[in-house]
Design a protein around this ligand. Structure first.
Ligand code: C5P
Length: 327
């Protein structure tokens, strides 16, 4: 975590930068009694960042600007607002007054894109309020509070590359060599994560019913050890073919145009092409920065997505970038 010593006081403001994630492996088990699915996933934070500034205020408010801003709820359903409230409760500020906070979110991570943008904003709010209030909550407790807001919040706090178990909230850092160059292709519209999981369950049940050999019950997922070895080697050509996502067939069935986006990435030299998380963002792995630039141009020219960005990973988790008195 990058830290700048804050100047504390009632007029203080803290700005935190937080990364998007892609899933290098996303293996989904059967639905659990609580409605979630047991996962084995490999999270990878990439250099596409949202920024959040928090400052003290009498009442909590939130404003959102940038990529997909109008789609983000501004009331108590906002994940950053929920995170600030959860931290206020955990630190005993709630009820004593002084839990009001003005939250400004500047978005570059698209909404409902499979990049954990909402969880990222929640993670940023936790780190920012922890600093603003000088609350001194350690990383483990922050992660526990975050997991109650969203399954991907603990990873947005941690960053880097990590194996996620449970709902994705139980994390172990992964050993990764070098830096990876990615092209992300954003879909024209978003996908709802619960819809994609439900579609995954439906497709699996239909395949079982048709007797085409899908295992029944759905097996518990396992970590792809070949992928982990490839990540340790630092060779994108080894990593590319091992990218996998059990939610991809569901995302493709909900947005069939994604097939063309994946094909365009492969045609223009991607070493690996995969839908990120519940989609619809497609992540393409390139050999190096030059190959990523060519890939970005090719995918843009294919006209199969709304926008294309080049990023690198792994990127650091939610970090304070500035803190001090408001002028
Ligand atoms: O944890 P989060 O709020 O991000 O999850 C959103 C929804 O995605 C859940 O309500 C659930 O429908 C689905 N989900 C799941 N299994 C997971 C993570 C999310 O079924 N491991």
């Amino acid at each position: 975590m990058t830290h700048v010593t804050p100047i504390r006081g009632s007029a203080g403001a803290v700005t935190v930068r937080v990364p998007a994630k892609v899933n290098l492996q996303l293996s989904v088990g059967p639905p659990r009694p609580d409605g979630y699915h047991g996962l084995v996933t490999v999270f990878h934070a990439v250099s596409l960042f949202d920024e959040i500034t928090v400052s003290e205020a009498d009442r909590t408010s939130v404003s959102v600007s940038g990529e997909g801003g109008p789609a983000v709820p501004l009331g108590p359903a906002n994940l950053a607002v929920r995170a600030a409230a959860a931290l206020a409760r955990a630190t005993g500020r709630r009820g004593r007054g002084g839990a009001g906070v003005r939250i400004e979110i500047r978005k570059r991570i698209p909404v409902a894109a499979g990049l954990a943008g909402g969880s990222a904003d929640a993670a940023a709010a936790l780190v920012a309020c922890n600093e603003l209030w000088n609350a001194g909550i350690g990383p483990d407790e922050l992660s526990e509070i975050g997991a109650q807001i969203g399954s991907d919040v603990p990873f947005a706090l941690l960053g880097g590359t990590a194996v996620g178990l449970g709902r994705g909230e139980r994390l172990t850092r992964a050993l990764v060599s070098g830096s990876y160059h990615w092209v992300l292709a954003f879909g024209a519209s978003g996908l709802s994560t619960p819809d994609v999981y439900a579609t995954c369950d439906r497709l699996r049940a239909a395949r079982r019913a048709s007797g085409d050999g899908d295992p029944d019950p759905v097996p518990e997922p396992e970590l792809n050890t070949a992928l982990m070895a490839a990540l340790r080697s630092g060779d994108p050509a080894a990593v590319g073919p091992l990218l996998s996502n059990d939610l991809q067939p569901a995302a493709l069935s909900l947005q069939p145009l994604l097939r063309r986006a994946l094909a365009a990435g492969r045609e223009h030299g991607a070493l690996g092409a995969v839908v990120s998380g519940s989609g619809p963002t497609c992540a393409f792995l390139a050999a190096d920065a030059d190959a990523a630039s060519e890939l970005a141009v090719g995918v843009t020219g294919a006209g199969v997505c709304r926008a294309v960005v080049q990023v690198t990973g792994p990127a650091p988790g939610a970090s304070v970038v500035s803190a001090g008195a408001i002028a």
